[in-house]
Structures are given as C-alpha cells and as structure tokens.
Design a protein around this ligand. Structure first.
Ligand SMILES: O=C[C@H](O)[C@@H](O)CC(=O)C(=O)O
Ligand SMILES: [Zn+2]
Length: 276
C-alpha cells in the first residue's frame, strides 16, 4: 500500500506537471491478479483497484492500519467497471455486474474478489474511509441508484448520475459514492465546478477509449491546473480543490467522498467566469 501525505494549496501552486502527477494522480490501479491500494491522508481515504483473472484475490491487512483486519475500523465501497464478478464478504456472495455497487461495513472480517469469466475480468474500484459504527453490508444495482439526468447537449455535459452510498441510499458512516456516465457528444463533467472544504473527493475515470484522454482540472479556483488522465486512472481532489474535467470523447467516472458531512449538495460554487 502506497502512502500519500497531504499537499497545501501554497505548495501545490508551485508544482510542475510531474509533481502534480506524483502527488494527485493514481495510475495502474487495474493490474492482472493484483490488488492496488493507495492511502491518502486527505480524510484518511484508501483508493484501490482489483482485477482478478484466474484466481480469487483477498483484501489484505496492512501494518499501517494497526488493525486486526482491514475493515476493523473502516468501511468500504466497491463498484465494478468490468465484466461480471463476485465479492464475497464473510461468506456471503455479492454478484456484481458492470456499474453495480456493494458497501461493506465496519467489522467485515474477510473480503474476496473473483471474476466470473476469465475472458472478461471484473474490475473492482475501491474506496474506504475510517468508520465508527457498523452499517449493514448492502448491494445496489444501477436502477436502485435512482439515476438523475443532468446537463445539456448545448453545453456538452449531458450526463446521468447514479448515487449509491449517500444519505438516501446505502447507509454509511462517512463514505459518499456513486458514478456519472456522459452521453455521446458530452465531454465536460462536474460543470459548473465546485469545492467542498468539508470533504475530500476522488475521481476514477473509466470507459475512456484508448486513444483519448480526459483533462482533469484541479487546484484552487483561481489557480487551476490540469492532469491528463488515461482510462482507469484515479485522481485525488484535496478539500480546497476544484474537480471537473473535459474529455476528447465521452466517458464515465466514479466519484467518492469522505469527511465532515454526507450532504451531496453541500458544495461551494466556483463559477466558470471566476476561474483562473
Ligand atoms: O461532489 C460531487 C461530485 O463532484 C460529483 O458527484 C459531481 C458529478 O458527478 C457530476 O457533476 O457529474
Ligand atoms: Zn465534488
């Protein structure tokens, strides 16, 4: 597990492209028969990826957690962006098709990931945050996520938001998690932009065609920077940072947050006309 400490706004505005990428970009999350984990000190969130192909993969413990097992004092959100797969939590199987989600609460001792068909591996994206009580392990399909249509083709941001873990969906201590899919011809996400200094956020981009890229914007609203994202890359958004992006094609992304509150609409607008 890689550990990433925090960066201040003052430090971040002096960073080169390479430094921005080293500190905020998370690459290579999906590698054959491995689990990849990155511990961010922004709200102590762990971002991960699991790609089981021929064998089952277990969620490991890590000495940095000083726990008996990974979820002893943590909760975990899992969304599959690949072929059909199964998450097994304390002996109970949760079959997950593409874009389905399972939440595992504090106290879940054993977690195993499996692919159903080796020819089309499951790709599990993980987001974990510290938890103070045990909410029940719960699975949701796309339909249960109450899809909401947002944006407009005129502004190239027509998209559908699926909310999985939030106040009116799967209950959690602090995780808020879901995904957004852009329609063909729509390329801008999360516009108009916002910050929420009460919560960090992480974006994980998927379904970006191989020869295309998403330019993910970050930084203080009057000190924006961008990070060029490839398919299956994630990016950390500091609580003080904007997070929005523009692709050279349409794509999808998983968003997830943890911090002071779980109110999805608790956002401070960063109006487009004020961005620098
Ligand atoms: O705080 C909320 C997050 O930034 C995302 O949910 C925004 C998003 O998915 C979108 O507008 O498409
Ligand atoms: Zn946000």
């Amino acid at each position: 597990m890689e550990i990433r400490f925090q960066n201040s706004p003052a430090e971040t505005k002096k960073m080169t492209t390479e430094q921005l990428r080293e500190n905020f970009l998370i690459e290579n999350l999906m590698q054959d028969d491995t689990i990849q984990l990155v511990y961010s000190h922004y709200d102590r969130v762990i971002v991960g990826g699991v790609k089981p192909t021929s064998k089952a993969i277990e969620l490991p413990n890590h000495p940095e957690l000083r726990a008996e097992y990974f979820l002893e004092r943590r909760e975990l959100g899992i969304i599959n962006v690949g072929g059909n797969g199964v998450v097994i939590a304390d002996g109970i199987e949760y079959p997950l098709e593409k874009l389905e989600c399972v939440y595992l609460g504090k106290g879940t001792k054993s977690v195993t990931f499996k692919t159903s068909h080796e020819s089309s591996p499951a790709l599990f994206y993980l987001l974990s945050a510290p938890a103070h009580m045990a909410y029940p392990n719960t699975m949701y399909t796309k339909e249960q996520a109450a899809p909401v249509n947002l944006g407009d083709t005129a502004t190239s941001n027509k998209r559908t938001i699926y909310k999985y873990i939030h106040l009116d969906g799967i209950k959690s201590c602090q995780l808020v998690m879901g995904l957004t899919v852009l329609e063909q011809g729509s390329v801008w996400n999360s516009v108009p932009p916002h910050t929420h200094t009460r919560r960090m956020e992480a974006y994980f981009y998927f379904d970006i065609p191989e020869s295309h890229r998403v330019f993910h914007f970050m930084g203080e609203p009057q000190q924006t920077r961008h990070i060029t994202m490839t398919n299956y890359d994630a990016v950390l958004s500091a609580p003080w940072s904007v997070h929005f992006g523009c692709g050279t094609s349409n794509y999808g992304f998983i968003w997830g947050m943890a911090g002071e509150n779980q109110t999805f609409t608790d956002m401070d607008p960063a109006p487009i006309a004020n961005l620098l």
